[in-house]
Write a protein that binds this ligand. Structure first.
Ligand code: MF3
Ligand code: CO
Ligand code: CO
Length: 259
């Protein structure tokens, strides 16, 4: 069952989504070469709890930390660790989900650490554009397959591949609700989008082949060919006329330039 949120529910959920976005704005300024992904975890954990929320990943199906930190060839669900220190040329995805007033808000971004190779920068930029193109076609009367279609097309046009094993999801009172939002697919297929639906779009795009591998920690997902992977995520609301990105901080809306 896909839940349709009421106006009142949306207003409450938006607070959670905006806090998730504010957490990424907060951590962005603190990233520096030499810090560990566990340092990032602690900073985000404290920011989220000081703002009256709970970090949804913590203990979710046994996940041991408060955010996911995915470096370079890690596709998603990287576990923060004292051992993983940021180095010049890395790309790092930080995925923040907050639980505030009984609603979840879920967003992630991929950051450049120091000087990143042009080839990798381009992957990150195209991944952001994939997400934004997906958001553009998420309108009432459209279908889920339209979203997957434009994302896959844009990735493939650039010679990249789309991860198929992990997808976007409905979100609200539960972290992961129906429907599954695939990042590949066929135009005009799948569930019809209706006002009041809230879900994430979070494409994972690989520089090399799409195949992935789960590490022995049972969480960390890496590319099989060890080439880099990028991801961006927003939580959006389908409105009467189009959609609204909920995971934007109105004080400082995220508009990356990839310089
Ligand atoms: N935030 C991730 C998503 O976008 C899910 C992380 S689950 C965790 O759906 F347990 F790894 F935190
Ligand atoms: Co998500
Ligand atoms: Co997420």
């Amino acid at each position: 069952m896909i839940s349709i949120k009421s106006k009142r529910e949306i207003e409450i959920m938006k607070q959670s989504c905006q806090l998730a976005a504010r957490t990424l704005n907060f951590i962005e300024d603190k990233l520096e070469i030499g810090m560990s992904t566990e340092d990032i975890n602690v900073l985000c954990h404290n920011f989220i709890t000081e703002n009256g929320a709970y970090p949804s990943p913590l203990n979710y199906n046994g996940f041991p930390k408060s955010v996911c930190t995915s470096l370079n060839e890690v596709i998603c669900h990287g576990i923060p660790s004292e051992k993983d220190k940021l180095k010049d040329g890395d790309i790092l995805n930080i995925d923040v989900t907050t639980y505030l007033n009984n609603f979840h808000g879920d967003t992630n971004r991929t950051y450049f650490i120091g000087n990143v190779k042009p080839e990798v920068k381009k992957l990150v930029q195209v991944t952001y554009e994939c997400m934004m193109e997906g958001i553009k076609v998420a309108v009432p009367g459209g279908r889920l397959g339209d979203i997957g279609h434009v994302i896959e097309e844009m990735a493939q046009d650039n010679g990249y591949s789309v991860v198929r094993e992990y997808c976007g999801h409905g979100i609200g009172r539960e972290f992961h609700e129906e429907p599954q939002v695939l990042h590949y697919g066929k135009k005009g297929t799948g569930v019809e989008l209706k006002p009041g639906m809230t879900f994430t779009i979070e494409p994972m795009i690989n520089l090399g082949k799409r195949h992935c591998k789960l590490l022995a920690d049972d969480w960390t997902v890496i590319t099989k060919d060890k080439k880099v992977s990028a991801q961006f995520e927003h939580t959006i609301l389908i409105t009467e006329t189009g959609n609204e990105i909920l995971t934007l901080d109105p004080e400082k809306p995220y508009r990356p330039t990839f310089e």
